[in-house]
Each structure stands twice: as structure tokens, then as C-alpha cells.
Design a protein around this ligand. Structure first.
Ligand code: SF4
Length: 330
């Protein structure tokens, strides 16, 4: 799949970026900490939605030291609304090492830190330190598949390294920080998922999908994972203002996380009676809350008791918050 872009094409991309780049708050500096925070937030939602969260977060935690010294519960408060709280947990865990040792400048070293996957590690090392590596996010993958006319199953692991090699070729002999941002910007604003703006695209003359008339069919669509329907009978055990939780070893969702004791059953059809419904990735969960006070064959020593405020701070997940809302209204 080696198809290096010509220097002329690289130049055209960079000229376009210089003129059309959006003025985003995290683009104001090359501080690795700020780039890291923005990249983790951007994995979850759109640029527009991230901006207010980002601004509030970095105002309260302006450096990696501030983040390392903060309580996790406070970080959760500033993360609330973004979802994926494990990412906030990983930020906190990695900040402790980074505050002591500083940011390593190579993606291979960053990969050793909690929460740094191939994307985040390359984004930080390239955007902050100009390490010569390409960054593969959804926008860049879409652009590469179209520009190079690649009808490949890009979501398959076996296609990841050829795509990565291709992304690496695009940044060769350039400032990788700028080129990677230009590629991401191209995918986000011109080579968009629906109705790409080929007419105003600076690379339209050399775009292979356009020549082959395949722009609308590329990139290939990832097949949807079939939804699984689950019934979760959650047992609500109360002691004064506290409710019992345990580390989940029985439900197929939120593995290893605190949830209510109970049982789950895979269903062919949604149940007729339930208290509320919640989706986690491909799990469609119908929840029935049981308050029968029986502890059954549960081992008391495995239970952990938390008030609603405490659980909100240490483990804020929507599946549990919805249950607490239902109980409050009952
Ligand atoms: S010409 Fe169209 S399909 Fe090709 S890179 Fe530009 S926007 Fe994407």
C-alpha cells in the first residue's frame, strides 16, 4: 500500500491548512499536556461539544501537576457530561507519572502510560514534539481511503499497519505536527463522511477516488455489531442512606466495575416489564430494580456501601445514575 504523496501535494495540503484552519483553543500552544487533554476529549464527541468542557477543565487543572494533585472525585466532576469515566481515571493515573518525569517525546514511551493507545500516543508525540509519525483517527482514515482509492476493511486489525505506514508517508519530510493537523482538518471539514466538498478540495486533481468515481462508496462501511438484549435484575439493598454495590463479575457489561448485586439474562425479545432501559455499546439493557431486602447467597464481605452522593463522585456511570433517579422518584 506504499503510495507516498508528492511534495507538491503535501505543499498544497499545508497551504490550504494555513489559510483555512479553525481557530481552536488547544491549537494556541504546543503544550503536550493541553494537546493530550484535548485529544482524549475529542475521542468522545465533536469539536463543538468539547470546547466548553476543555476550557473549564484546563482552567481548573492548568498543568499536569495540578491534575496529578487533584482528587479523582473532583476530576470526575469536571468530566461529567463527557461519559467514558475510565478515560478520566486514566488521565489521573498517567498524570502522576508525567508530573514527576515530564512528558516523553516518543510515542513508544507514551504508549506505556495508562490510557495512551496508538492514537493518543502518536497525536501527543507528533503534535507537541513533531515526532515523525502519522496520526490515524477516523477523519484521517476516511481521507486516506478516498484519496488513495482504498476499498479495504479499514476496521480490521490486519489493515491497520498498512494504513499507519501510509499515514507515516504523508508526514515524511514535513513538520509532522502541522501535517497531521492538516490531514485531520481535511477529514473534519472538507472530506466529510456525508457530502464531501470535492469541488473546493485542494487535492481534488490528484484524488484517486474522485478519478475512479468512487467517492460515495469509500471508505467501506463497517458492519454493525448485532445488539444483544439483556435483562438485568438489580438488587437494591439499603442500609440507612447507603446502597450496596459489588465489583461486577456476573454481568457482561461494565466488567470489573461497581454495580448493584443481581443477575442477568440474555433475552430474545425485550421484556414487557422493566423500570428503565439503557444502552452500553452493543448491549441493550432492560433493568428491573428489586428491593426485597433479601441478601440471598450473597457474601456480605463482597458488598461495598455508598450513599448516592458518594457513588456519583467515585463511580459516575449513567446506568447506575438512572437507577438512583428511579428510586428517588418512587
Ligand atoms: S476530492 Fe473529495 S474525496 Fe477526494 S480528498 Fe478531496 S474531498 Fe475527499
Amino acid at each position: 500500500m506504499k503510495m507516498a504523496p508528492s511534495q507538491q501535494v503535501q505543499r498544497r495540503l499545508l497551504d490550504w491548512y494555513e489559510e483555512h484552519r479553525r481557530d481552536l483553543p488547544w491549537r494556541k500552544s504546543q503544550d503536550p499536556y493541553l494537546i493530550w487533554i484535548s485529544e482524549v476529549m475529542l475521542q468522545q464527541t465533536t469539536v463543538k461539544a468539547v470546547i466548553p468542557f476543555y476550557e473549564k477543565f484546563v482552567k481548573r487543572f492548568p498543568s499536569v501537576k495540578h491534575l496529578a494533585q487533584a482528587d479523582l472525585s473532583e476530576i470526575y466532576e469536571y468530566w461529567a457530561g463527557l461519559g467514558y469515566y475510565s478515560r478520566a481515571r486514566n488521565l489521573h493515573a498517567a498524570s502522576k507519572t508525567l508530573a514527576q518525569q515530564g512528558f516523553p517525546q516518543s510515542y513508544l514511551q507514551l504508549l506505556e502510560l495508562p490510557g495512551f493507545g496508538p492514537y493518543t500516543a502518536r497525536a501527543v508525540s507528533s503534535l507537541a514534539f513533531s515526532e515523525n509519525v502519522g496520526v490515524l483517527d477516523g477523519n484521517v482514515i476516511r481521507f486516506l481511503c478516498r484519496y488513495h482509492n482504498l476499498g479495504i476493511e479499514w476496521w480490521e486489525q490486519k489493515n491497520r499497519s498498512p494504513l499507519q505506514e501510509l499515514a507515516d508517508l504523508w508526514v515524511q519530510n514535513t513538520n509532522s505536527s502541522i501535517t497531521n493537523q492538516a490531514l485531520m482538518e481535511m477529514g473534519a471539514t472538507v472530506c466529510t463522511p456525508q457530502n464531501p466538498s470535492c469541488m473546493i478540495c485542494p487535492l481534488q486533481k490528484s484524488c484517486n477516488a474522485r478519478t475512479a468515481n468512487r467517492v460515495t462508496e469509500l471508505p467501506l462501511k463497517k458492519p454493525r455489531k448485532m445488539k444483544q438484549i439483556w435483562l438485568w435484575e438489580a438488587q437494591i439493598l439499603k442500609k440507612k442512606d447507603k446502597i450496596a454495590y459489588l465489583e461486577n463479575t456476573y454481568a457482561p457489561f461494565l466488567s470489573g466495575k461497581l454495580i448493584f448485586p443481581g443477575s442477568t439474562k440474555r433475552m430474545a425479545q425485550p421484556p414487557k416489564v422493566y423500570d428503565y432501559k439503557h444502552n452500553i455499546t452493543h448491549h441493550e439493557i432492560y433493568v428491573k430494580l428489586k428491593s426485597d431486602k433479601k441478601i440471598g447467597n450473597l457474601k456480605r464481605s463482597k458488598l461495598q456501601w455508598y450513599s448516592n452522593n458518594e457513588i456519583k463522585k467515585i463511580h459516575p456511570v449513567s446506568l447506575l445514575q438512572k437507577a438512583l433517579d428511579v428510586l428517588n422518584k418512587a
